[in-house]
Design a binder for this molecule. Sequence first.
Ligand code: SF4
Length: 451
Amino acid sequence: MKRKTEEIVSAIRNAGVVGSETLGLPSYIKLNGLADLVIANGSENEPLVHSEKALLRERPGLIIDGVKVAMEATGAKKGIIAIKSCDVDIVDSFRKLLKKEPLIGLYLLEDYYPVGDEHLLVYEITKKVVPQGGDPLDIGIVIDNALGFAQVYQGVHGKPVTERPVTVTGEVECPQVVWVPIGTPYEEVINIAGGTTLNCKDVVVLDGGPMKGKVISQLQEGIGKSTTAVLVLPKDHIVSKVKQKTLSQMVKENQGVSGESSKVADLCPRYQLGHDIYPDRAFMNIHFPESIRPSELESSLLCSGCSLCDYMGSEVSTFSPRLVYQGLRKELKKRGVSKPHMRQGIKVREGLKNNRVSTTYLRKRINVDHYEQDKMLIGEKKLPKVVRIPLLKHKGSPARPVVFEGQPVRMGDVVAFSPPSELGTTYHASITGKVGEVNEQWIEIFKGRSS
Ligand code: SF4
């Protein structure tokens, strides 16, 4: 068993599988331990994002096979595939396929945000609470996104991660899900969708959805392994404003304001799970930083960055506990603290169920409902003329390049990897061609023949 686990973990590390969450935690870490249960998270809970749904529709068998590999690696006796009940066609197809899989069940989820948060999902399915500051593996559960499991299966069969589905939507001519090589420049992804409907100067581009997405300022950069979406929004859109705001701007805007209502804490999923996180008190922290207690400082590490407090507080886009916590985390990093203390036996708060925010309401609240598509068009696979494979968009130490400018490479060749002794991942050429610029941020490859 141990040998089998080692073989699988090593194959997955070599294949560069990092899971599909924004953190980009390498999947080999999750599979390198004993577990009772494996959960494939097929909820794709960010509004407007449909990338994994495309996979769930097109390649359901691949996800089931990936779950089986994870069960084999961890010794888990049970697997669960979690899907929103509103994705009726996907539910039907898994129901049929899982009739042949007695050890893997289907769990249907309600359509609320952030149902896909790993801690929430584990509680929803098992009624077990992941320790504060801990990981689902601490209670014997392996959880990853559906795409992560598909890549796990492919990884143990020798196929490295070189491409992924990306939703390109918002102010583009033809919103769709595209399959593109890792490193495809954001500008190229937008071109595949017919370009922007507004002048380029008047839009903001996000890597990810409206809740957890981040503003991209250099559109020639390439998409990463965790890029779920490329979202184009007008500059004056509420989401653009929230995402562009800095901590110092927010502090200035809130001078003289005395506090935020407790509603913001009620809406925080991590607070409702019983964690020591109090977004309503974050307000005090920006005005009286000298009075922050060490425990308060550490609570910033419990924030998942879900952004509900940005949009659902009493004054949309005025005050952001998320931004305060981001600032406090930087402070903690300087002090060498990156993980909160683990706290076992926490009890969920009574408001957990009553404070759910339905995705439909959220889309309206943040004014993106008109961008939503019922079932998204899936575009053909596209090979761009150039890719810039990012080396920093994963959790752990940066991957170090092992290729040089002018070197011919074939799709699948290793181009960079993190040292085996450190947390990190491996990157592969996502197209065949010749290496262009190599720097700390990316490896550029121009399409062409490998010799
Ligand atoms: S972003 Fe806000 S709502 Fe979400 S976990 Fe952090 S503090 Fe809570």
